[in-house]
Design a protein around this ligand. Structure first.
Ligand SMILES: NC(=O)c1ccc[n+]([C@@H]2O[C@H](COP(=O)([O-])OP(=O)(O)OC[C@H]3O[C@@H](n4cnc5c(N)ncnc54)[C@H](O)[C@@H]3O)[C@@H](O)[C@H]2O)c1
Length: 396
């Protein structure tokens, strides 16, 4: 079939297998051009099919030469529906890993469930023995609690006061004011239940109890802080409360794993175009302004560059002890540089519908958004007939 993008708001409901494969290949080639990392040998990535999770899996496999298991929630093609981007990404990753002689396995299903945890543990036992790095990179709008059965929905809202700021429709370029009502206490509770640390803690507990975590194992999950412009809707809003909970979980896990020489970290990453970040009001316009400034300064990074730096310099490098006052790794350091933020703030104040393509990299944002789904990728013939039905080798 001929696959074209179909968008609904900030969601693209189709994905292109060849375009996704090329995006994965581009990330692998970037890693192959970097020095190898003396790092983990057996890696579990939870939330491994897109964004930061996929990039960390590529780094583990192609820079450190590790065996990997990826857990993710993606759908195969069915009838007239294409598979999701994460499915095609993972198919391409598994294929490339197999060709490079790396061992890798995919577990597709709900990482929040007991069933997928048990399945993953059985797979580790059967194939890898023990894991020495667990990357937790799940981003989801919903979670069903495995014990109580309650389904929680996360919201992205301010806390306390109504919040108004600029936002952009990145398809049309319209800059307008978004006004968001504050969250209720129950919405805060539910957002923490989805995006906080409880599920990460459950994974580590269950891996440890099953005896499949190596002594000295490391685990890392991802957080975000960002500038004052986004604080009300992000760090001081509902999602920020969830990140506070994730960061508290890291401190607890660090003690828990520390008993056998292990470590747990939160890494604060840069704001980037991913399926999750495109759903947050205000943030896409901020990212567009940030990209403009960081590209001009030559310090722009995507997921793969961020994850390479995290592994090479922080988790397994000379700077492994470099954490902030709250024990967090900061690979958002270049984003948060004073000169970068001063320039972003200057642009932010001036941004309007009339000048948005000039003062920000909205065109780059829009293109990267479509590239997440395998569209607008160089070298792909989008008029050609493609088979949407792509198998994942090593799917368990
Ligand atoms: N994108 C950013 O700007 C940014 C910045 C800093 C930190 N982060 C954090 O990084 C982490 C990953 O975010 P991302 O932007 O890479 O998101 P993403 O949407 O690209 O990836 C999310 C991953 O989670 C998986 N997933 C979702 N629900 C699942 C479930 N129930 N079971 C199994 N897998 C599931 C998806 O399949 C996908 O692999 C999040 O904690 C996010 O807050 C993101």
């Amino acid at each position: 079939m001929i696959i074209q993008p179909k968008t609904r708001g900030f969601i693209c409901t189709t994905a292109h297998p060849e375009g996704c494969a090329r995006q994965v290949q581009r990330q692998i080639e970037y890693i192959q051009g970097q020095p190898a990392i003396e790092g983990p040998r057996s890696v579990l990535v939870i939330g491994a099919s897109t964004g930061y999770g996929l990039a960390s899996r590529i780094v583990a496999s192609f820079a450190a030469g590790a065996d990997t298991i990826g857990v993710y929630f993606d759908k195969a093609a069915e009838g007239a529906r294409t598979a999701s981007a994460g499915w095609y990404n993972s198919a391409a990753f598994e294929q490339a890993a197999a060709e490079a002689g790396r061992r890798s396995f995919s577990v597709v299903g709900d990482a929040f469930s007991d069933e997928i945890k048990t399945k993953t543990i059985d797979l580790i036992r059967a194939e890898l023995g023990k894991i020495d790095l667990v990357v937790y990179s799940v981003a989801s709008p919903r979670r069903t609690h495995p014990k109580s059965g309650e389904t929680f929905t996360s919201v992205i809202k301010p806390i306390g006061d109504i919040y108004t700021n600029k936002t952009v429709n990145f398809h049309s370029g319209d800059v307008s004011l978004a006004t968001i009502e504050p969250a209720t206490d129950d919405e805060i509770r539910q957002t923490i239940a989805v995006m906080g640390g409880e599920d990460w803690q459950m994974w580590i507990d269950e891996l440890q109890e099953a005896g499949v975590l190596a002594d000295g194992a490391t685990t890392v999950a991802f957080s975000y802080i960002g500038p004052a412009i986004t604080h009300a809707v992000y760090r001081e809003g509902t999602i920020g409360r969830a990140k506070d909970d994730l960061e508290t979980t890291a401190i607890r896990l660090n003690e828990q794993l520390g008993a056998s020489g292990g470590r747990a970290f939160v890494s604060v990453n840069k704001a980037l175009v991913t399926q999750s970040s495109s759903a947050i009001p205000v943030v896409p316009l901020y990212i567009s302004a940030l990209y403009k400034v960081m590209k001009e300064k030559g310090s722009h990074e995507g997921c793969i560059e961020q994850m390479y730096r995290l592994f090479a310099e922080r988790l397994y490098g000379a700077d492994s002890a470099a954490v902030d006052e709250k024990g967090r790794i900061r690979v958002d350091d270049w984003e948060m540089r004073e000169d970068v933020q001063a320039e972003v703030a200057r642009l932010w104040a001036a941004l309007t519908t009339e000048n948005v393509y000039e003062l920000s990299d909205l065109e780059g944002y829009r293109r990267e958004f479509f590239q997440l789904f395998g569209f607008e990728t160089d070298g792909v013939d989008y008029e050609a007939d493609v088979n949407p039905d792509v198998a994942i080798v090593n799917l368990r």
